[in-house]
Design a protein around this ligand. Structure first.
Ligand SMILES: [Zn+2]
Ligand SMILES: [Zn+2]
Length: 1245
């Protein structure tokens, strides 16, 4: 029938109202009140009835109508029609509704009214005397079709004039009188009589029961009204179907019947219209309808003449009942819910157009207003901002809760109204009309140009304005800018503004930022964030350096930056080195300056770095360790072990330290408080062999890196009883794990199973593997579940790997550990499965501290004890290097108990939850604090003996008790280069304990002050501290008072303000500010006292020797180590195969940015023995390296060994006796023994 409807619509009551006002005669057919919608308020002239339009009085033409019966719901077969005619203008209107497409017609609970959308008109909609308009209801389950036809009156003005013109009527009288002067009773007809007479003929015609269908043409009354024989009105009468003819009389003359005619016998015959079969679909073309229409038009004329001339209307009793109700019910627009208001007018004149735009009426209830808005928003989404504006206006006019809720909800759903959008553009001084031509970037520029001049509140308003614009334009860039988000590279650049782009140099960006912050200090913090974001994207050292130090001078430019600066598009490694000097020289000419020099230096450094490990003498530089995928944690540890000379010596001479299993059948001493089985002893020794082999390779390697054997990596994770799975042997042959596994395993199994307990071990292994060596069993073993291990020990206590005095590894493991092992394939042997599991574990990222403990446990298990301490723990050279003697003293309800001694291999700090430094973290561990395991009990810890190497474990993975789950702490933890332990060593000085106790009190005070400070200064408002927030509120209230004076002037209700509130707030802000100042000075004071408390106690001095850094998340990321070479006074970074010098020491001590990682383990060395203990360089390359000097490195490096001993690079070194490379050829066994004996400071206090 027509194309699908689109665009805005009108609710049925609104359409009804427009229908009643619409005058098709006066209105242009194209744009009128009925079919069209007014332009948005302010965008053009409103749409109203044309001047001179008829205020219709429609009456229902009942004979042509099928109105809805009462109390009947329409269904898909339903059609209604109301035909009406106006009493004043005699326009006919047919209103038809058809529910053929309806499954659930309106109104219903969801669609409270029909909402009619206009259908595009068809070409034949406008015919000569008829206009047809069509709509369809937008409710998907209704889709009622509405059609309204208008037709002009049936009687023309000329015809009416013929009938009622008194002069004509007089002339007719004259003519009729002259024609037959003898005729009596002739008189002049009045216009009313003429109409009444015609109406009577018409009504008689329509009445089939009316018997007499003809009347003589010379009827007196007929001729008075219509002229002689009706000739004056003949065209009209004939148009209506009257017929004029000579009556043929049967005259019998002379015995013959003759037809004759005479003027006297002329007559008119009434029309006899046939009945209408289908009134619903009748289109007005039938004669019956014509006559029906004329009947009512004549009646309408009669009313008119009666009112104009005062003559009596004989048909007044017929009345003119209004059709409005019938049309209303046809549109289902009756009895809709009205807005209940006490005010006389529901809406002001200014508001009316907004109701109209919603297709609503001013008396609609709130629910209907919401409905109307929702329909328009759905049907005409392009105009959504305007409809929302309409809704806002209506809401404002009504002030009802329901509508306020609705607008608030829409606002929260990011609907922005047209006027809010205009206001937003106005706020940013952008003409709304131009806005669509402006790019987002330009808008941000305009926004930013304004920022410096704005106060805090205005700046916030400007951001809200930008947010509205962004929302309306659906621009994430603008929205992010309004939120001051600088989380992405793009956002950070757009926040910087002023044309900041990806092409700009770091310098330029910093210059832009500087200008921005000099305008407005409040920009500093967010500026830092923006730069951090950009630095991350660009990997810019310059920017990172700026963030760290606030200056961009002392940085080394990254290669990427350098390429950018030099406008080189190629990846650095694709640059042809032979032409590089030309490129760099021309850069010097084109852009001379410091930046260019730095860029050139960076590029040169890059290529120098490629060959630097080659050009460094392998004799003077530690070798790197290549990773097995993810084994950077292990490489870091191995480098550390290698760098600690006493430890390196133990490994290289492990034979001297190991328990001779041919002499000792078992070990009484415990390791890590656990009994050690023979399998574990042998396993430890086997592992040590691997390590020895690796260390030898690290010494004699002539290249820059070696790759640890896969077996070594696996053995760090395989339970010792499964070591036999590995194929390689101690002779340093290449690993054959992936080779002939089964045969290798068999061979090695016997190898390991040798010795007094061999049968037990192999029997246990045999018993275990076929039965339950599933992945589950293996996993349990790896994690320290020792059901299997205890079998091998014949009922001895469990033996999971652990370090002295520390809990077994599994208890320390994070709840998320271990990663699930892959299900075992049925075809895999138990051995294969165990090995695969160990390999998997090895190549997953492990925690450095745990692996360190586990390796130490292995090495110590295989060693011959030097003795046994009170707890039955084995003493040995390794343990002596690390063992920290501590005591824990319980204080129960103020009563101090006896110190309990304990030994630990490291100090275990708590996971930092705020930025901290090492002393504070140690304080948190040693200070008096509630004991979690015992109620009403506090305890503090003290040092009673210190080892040469003080290990500090800094776990980063914490358990969040509130949320239940692990978290990784990235909090900054500043390390000390010099660490003094006196303050924790109660017996090192008579006053230590007393001073410690004083500090505990101060620290609690400090904590309380900081808590108060935080409470006062932190607010939910960005960048506002507490006092500022309060004083801004006070300012705002003052501003409200100004607004009220304006509101008074325009006679609008004022905003209620507590007069005293603003001054009360201002004084509260002042008080808070004073309190904050006070707090800060108290905090400073306490901090100073704390800092000073142990300033004089500096006898137990340690130096930072090694730091393990982790970057990434729990389970993923990267480890590397920094180790201090005290002899050469340099720090090196051990990053897998790369060993490089570190010049930026803040990376080590103050690692706090994303790329610096977080320290997780630190090792301090006793100051007066640091050079003796930490000796990272130990090289004796077997082959002389072929020097490959880089084009950028002109100086050859020193080839002297660090200890001054001359190096003989060409020498063939036989590593059967590794002592050969020891300095001075001394027997390192004895040296180590001595070292071990003197190693602790016990008794020194
Ligand atoms: Zn009218
Ligand atoms: Zn509907």
């Amino acid at each position: 029938m027509s194309s699908p409807p689109s665009g805005p619509g009108k609710t049925a009551p609104k359409l009804l109202k427009d229908f009643l006002l619409f005058d098709p005669v006066k209105s242009p057919p194209k744009r009128n009140i009925l079919t069209d919608h007014p332009p948005p308020v302010g965008d053009g002239p409103l749409l109203g009835p044309q001047i001179g339009s008829c205020k219709h009085e429609y009456t229902t033409k009942t004979s042509q109508s099928v109105p809805p019966p009462l109390d009947t719901r329409p269904d898909s077969t339903t059609k209604y029609k109301v035909a009406a005619v106006c009493k004043k203008c005699r326009i006919h209107a047919d209103v038809r509704i058809d529910y053929a497409r309806s499954t659930n017609p309106c109104p219903n609970s969801e669609y409270l009214l029909h909402h009619f959308q206009r259908l595009t008109p068809r070409p034949d909609d406008v015919t000569g005397n008829r206009i047809r308009y069509a709509w369809q209801c937008s409710a998907p389950q209704c889709q009622a079709s509405l059609q309204i036809d208008f037709r002009v009156g049936r009687l023309t003005d000329h015809e009416k004039d013929q009938l009622t013109n008194t002069e004509q009527l007089k002339r007719r009288y004259d003519v009729v009188s002259q024609q037959d002067p003898s005729r009596e009773g002739i008189r002049q007809a009045t216009p009313m009589e003429a109409l009444v007479r015609l109406r009577k003929y018409v009504r008689d015609s329509l009445n089939p029961q009316h018997g007499r269908r003809t009347f003589p043409a010379n009827n007196k009354r007929f001729m008075e009204a219509f002229g002689v024989y009706g000739q004056d009105c003949k065209p009209l009468l004939e148009r209506l179907g009257f017929k004029y003819a000579v009556r043929l009389l049967d005259v019998v003359r002379g015995g013959r019947v003759m037809l004759t005619s005479a003027q006297d016998e002329l007559e008119w015959t009434l029309p006899s219209p046939s009945p209408l079969d289908d009134r619903l679909n009748a289109d007005g073309s039938s004669q019956r309808e014509l006559l029906e229409d004329v009947d009512l038009e004549l009646l309408a004329w009669m009313f008119k003449i009666s009112s104009e001339t005062g003559s009596v209307n004989p048909a007044a009793a017929d009345g003119w009942p209004s059709a409005d109700r019938d049309v209303e019910r046809t549109l289902a627009a009756q009895s809709y819910q009205r807005h209940v208001t006490l005010r006389r007018v529901a809406a002001s004149n200014e508001d009316l157009p907004y109701f109209a735009s919603l297709g609503a009426l001013p008396d609609f209830s709130d629910s209907l207003i919401e409905f109307a808005y929702d329909r328009q928003a759905m049907c005409d989404p392009d105009q959504l901002p305007y409809y929302f504006e309409c809704l806002q206006v209506v809401t404002q006019a009504r002030g009802t809760e329901q509508l306020q809720m609705k607008t608030a909800t829409l606002s929260s759903q990011d609907v922005v109204s047209r006027r809010d959008l205009s206001a937003a553009y106005r706020f940013l001084n952008i003409p709304h009309a131009d806005a669509s031509n402006l790019s987002d970037e330009r808008i941000i520029e305009l926004f930013q140009a304004q920022q410096p001049d704005l106060g805090v509140i205005a700046a916030e308003e400007a951001r809200q304005a930008l947010n509205k614009i962004g929302t309306a334009r659906q621009s994430q860039l603008l929205i992010n800018a309004s939120r001051q988000s600088v989380d992405t590279y793009e956002d950070a650049l757009s926040w910087l503004g002023n044309g900041a782009s990806k092409d700009m140099s770091d310098d330029t960006l910093l210059a832009i930022l500087a200008a921005k912050t000099s305008d407005n200090r409040a920009n500093e913090e967010i500026g830092q964030k923006a730069i951090a974001t950009i630095a991350r994207s660009r990997r810019s050292n310059l920017l990172n350096n700026w963030l760290l130090t606030g200056s961009s001078d002392s940085y080394t430019m990254s290669v990427d930056e350098a390429l950018r600066h030099l406008n080189i598009d190629q990846p650095v490694d694709e640059i042809d080195q032979t032409i590089l000097p030309v490129i760099l020289d021309s850069a010097r000419v084109d852009r001379p300056g410091e930046r260019t020099e730095k860029a050139i230096a960076a590029i040169q450094q890059h290529f120098a770095g490629k060959t630097s490990t080659m050009s460094r003498s392998p004799a003077t530089w530690p070798v790197g360790l290549t990773s097995h995928g993810n084994t950077c944690y292990l490489n870091s540890l191995l480098q550390y072990y290698f760098s600690i000379k006493p430890l390196r010596d133990i490994i290289l001479n492990y034979d001297h330290y190991k328990l001779d299993t041919s002499v000792f059948a078992e070990k009484q001493e415990r390791v890590g408080n656990l009994h050690i089985s023979m399998v574990e002893i042998k396993g430890g020794q086997r592992f040590a062999e691997d390590l020895t082999h690796l260390f030898e390779r690290m010494i004699k390697e002539s290249g820059s890196a070696v790759k640890p054997e896969e077996d070594l990596v696996c053995r760090a994770f395989l339970p010792p009883q499964d070591y036999a799975l590995l194929a390689s042997n101690a002779d340093g042959q290449a690993p054959t794990v992936n080779g002939d596994l089964e045969s290798a395993v068999d061979q090695n199994l016997t190898d390991v199973a040798e010795g007094p307990d061999a049968s037990t071990a192999s029997a246990a292994a045999d018993a275990r593997h076929p039965s339950n060596a599933s992945s589950t069993t293996l996993q349990a073993s790896v994690n320290g579940d020792n059901a299997d291990v205890s079998m091998t020990n014949g009922g001895m206590p469990p033996t999971p790997p652990a370090s002295p005095g520390q809990k077994p590894v599994d208890e320390k493991q994070q709840p998320s550990d271990p990663p699930p092992l892959p299900p075992r394939r049925p075809s895999m042997s138990a051995k294969e499965t165990a090995l695969a599991a160990a390999k998997k574990k090895a190549t997953e990222q492990q925690d450095v501290a745990e692996v360190h403990d586990s390796i130490m446990f292995r090495l110590r298990s295989g060693m011959l004890p030097s003795g046994m301490d009170d707890s039955g723990e084995q003493t040995d050279a390794l343990r002596d290097m690390y063992a920290i003697g501590m005591t824990e003293t319980e204080v129960i309800k103020g009563v101090t108990g006896k110190p309990t001694p304990q030994i630990d291999s490291s100090l275990l700090l708590k996971v930092p939850t705020e930025p901290s430094d090492l002393y504070s973290s140690l304080d948190a561990m040693f200070d008096l604090q509630p004991k979690e395991t015992k109620p009403d009990t506090e305890s503090y810890k003290s040092i009673r003996s210190l080892p040469p190497l003080l290990q500090i474990s800094m776990p980063r993975i914490g358990w969040d008790t509130k949320r239940g789950g692990t978290f990784k702490s990235e909090e900054f933890l500043r390390l000390e280069d010099e660490l003094y332990m006196d303050r924790y060593y109660d017996t090192s000085h008579p006053q230590v304990l007393e001073r410690r106790k004083r500090c505990w009190g101060w620290r609690r005070e400090l904590q309380a002050l900081k808590t108060e400070q935080k409470a006062l200064s932190q607010t939910s408002v960005d960048q506002l501290d507490g006092p500022t927030a309060i004083s801004e509120t006070a300012n705002y209230l003052n501003h409200l008072q100004e607004i009220n004076s304006v509101l008074r002037d325009v006679d609008v209700g004022e905003i209620e303000i507590d007069e005293d509130l603003s001054s009360a707030l201002a004084s509260a802000a002042k008080q808070q500010q004073e309190r904050l100042t006070e707090l800060q000075s108290e905090i400073d004071d306490l901090q100073k006292r704390l800092d000073f408390q142990f300033a004089d106690l500096k006898s137990l001095k340690y130096r930072l020797a090694a730091v393990f850094i982790h970057r990434g998340t729990h389970g993923h990321g990267h480890y590397w180590a920094y180790i201090h070479d005290f002899t050469n006074n340099i720090w090196r970074m051990y990053n897998d195969e790369h060993v490089s010098e570190v010049t930026k020491l803040e990376d080590i001590f103050e690692a706090k940015t994303w790329n610096q990682g977080t320290p997780t383990y630190a090792v301090y060395v006793q100051d007066d023995r640091k050079e003796e203990i930490v000796q990272p360089v130990c090289r004796a390359p077997e082959r002389a390296p072929t020097p490959q000097p880089s084009p950028w490195t002109t100086q050859t490096e020193d080839v002297e060994m660090q200890d001054g001993a001359p190096l003989r690079p060409q020498r063939e070194v036989n590593f059967v006796d590794p002592k050969m490379v020891e300095e001075g050829g001394q027997n390192s066994w004895d040296t180590t023994r001595q070292v071990a004996e003197q190693i602790t400071w016990e008794g020194r206090g």
